[in-house]
Design a protein around this ligand. Structure first.
Ligand SMILES: NC(=O)c1ccc[n+]([C@@H]2O[C@H](COP(=O)([O-])OP(=O)(O)OC[C@H]3O[C@@H](n4cnc5c(N)ncnc54)[C@H](O)[C@@H]3O)[C@@H](O)[C@H]2O)c1
Ligand SMILES: O=c1ccn([C@@H]2O[C@H](COP(=O)(O)OP(=O)(O)O[C@H]3O[C@H](CO)[C@H](O)[C@H](O)[C@H]3O)[C@@H](O)[C@H]2O)c(=O)[nH]1
Length: 326
């Protein structure tokens, strides 16, 4: 049985479906602080908080867990600067509890949701795994700490792990069973849809004076279904050889500017996006594009939904299903 923490959230719910399609039995653990009950697709569900060691002990005593995919975290960059303690509490204390319970029960396979935020504002593009890691916010620092902790856990206790550094997760399950539903929403593509649907007055474009061809920030949008497939591959690799400790970037290797995303969204929806150009959002690097060569070579991972139109149109289909017009 595979334990998926945060399995009622965005990327965790898509990955749960992928694992089940591959024949794995899935146990979802979620405290529903951010997740949604109707998006928890595991064969079994345990509601609880990773910060509670007694809860975790009960879960690992009751289920034959072979490996853990760990999505549960707090992950809002701005909030991580105003409430660092909350981020240390969930991302560090919660994860260390989880690792301690795994150790106590001899579970030695762990996949961490890491992030491009571990690189901070990198000078090299596309970004390889070897690029300097200088996070510029508490959120990125917590994930970088956990990656380092996993190296120590491998050396000291034989815990095997894969850290997957996602760039901009986007899109939805092509069958529309799940997708992005963050509260509050801070990500570009669902915010564009909110503006199109009149749920907010306009989309604020955060700065058009960046050193990029059209002046807006460039990101590497990667389809959530492709991320889910990378998790299945990482898990299989650990099932074959549990003593590894590795990290992989996950992106398409293509950068798209905010203006380009807006254009694709207008085409996919057939609707104009009410827009206001605002100042830069503090802490936004001008360009984040992944080199995922290592994931391709080692995991055999090739994104199948890399096309931005595919990403945006699956996100739109999910959005209109999840949030029908009033
Ligand atoms: N969304 C992105 O673009 C992105 C990019 C890079 C990395 N990540 C990482 O991927 C992971 C998943 O992101 P997401 O966008 O699906 O987030 P999400 O908020 O949709 O899902 C997180 C889930 O974890 C649960 N959770 C949070 N704290 C918990 C706790 N203490 N105990 C039990 N459950 C708890 C929430 O209820 C939620 O269901 C996170 O670790 C995030 O840092 C996301
Ligand atoms: O209302 C908005 C929202 C976003 N943007 C722009 O759109 C781009 C994408 O922004 P997102 O907030 O969707 O994504 P980020 O690149 O800021 O964040 C991603 O990378 C972060 C780390 O760098 C975290 O991992 C986060 O979860 C992940 O989605 C950025 O250039 C941002 O400035 C706008 O112009 N207006």
């Amino acid at each position: 049985m595979i334990l998926v923490t945060g399995g009622a959230g965005y990327i965790g719910s898509v990955t749960t479906l992928a694992l089940k399609e591959e024949g794995f039995e899935v146990l979802v653990v979620d405290d529903f602080s951010k997740g949604h009950r109707d998006l928890a697709f595991g064969d079994r569900l345990e509601e609880g908080d990773l910060r509670d060691p007694a809860f975790l002990e009960g879960v690992f005593s009751r289920y034959p867990v072979e490996g853990v995919l760990h999505f549960a975290a707090r992950s809002l960059v701005g909030e991580s600067m105003s409430d660092p303690e909350g981020y240390y509490d969930v991302n560090l204390r919660g994860t260390l509890n989880l690792l301690a319970t795994m150790r106590a029960h001899g579970v030695r396979r762990f996949v961490l949701s890491s992030t491009a935020a571990v690189y901070g504002d990198p000078t090299e593009q596309p970004i390889s795994e070897e690029a300097p890691k200088v996070p510029t916010n508490t959120y990125g620092e917590t994930k970088l700490f956990l990656e380092g902790a996993l190296r120590r856990y491998r050396d000291a206790y034989g815990m095997g792990s894969v850290s997957l550094r996602y760039f901009n997760a986007a899109g939805a399950d092509p069958r529309c069973r799940t997708g992005e539903h963050h509260v509050p929403e801070t990500h570009l593509i669902p915010l564009i849809f909110d503006a199109i649907e009149g749920r907010r007055k306009h989309l604020t474009l955060f700065g058009e004076d960046y050193p990029t061809p059209d002046g807006t920030c460039i990101r590497d949008y990667v389809h959530v279904t492709d991320l889910a497939q990378a998790h299945v591959r990482a898990l299989r690799r650990l099932l074959e050889a549990p003593d590894r400790c590795e990290a992989f970037n996950l992106g398409n290797g293509d950068g798209h500017s905010v203006r380009q995303v807006l254009q694709v969204a207008e085409k996919a929806t057939g609707r104009p996006v009410p827009l206001e150009v605002g100042p830069r959002r503090s802490g936004d690097p001008s360009r984040l594009v992944a080199s995922s060569r290592k994931a391709q070579e080692v995991l055999g991972w090739v994104p199948e939904h890399g096309d931005l139109e595919d990403i945006v149109s699956t996100a739109w289909a999910w959005y209109i299903k999840r949030f029908p017009a009033d």
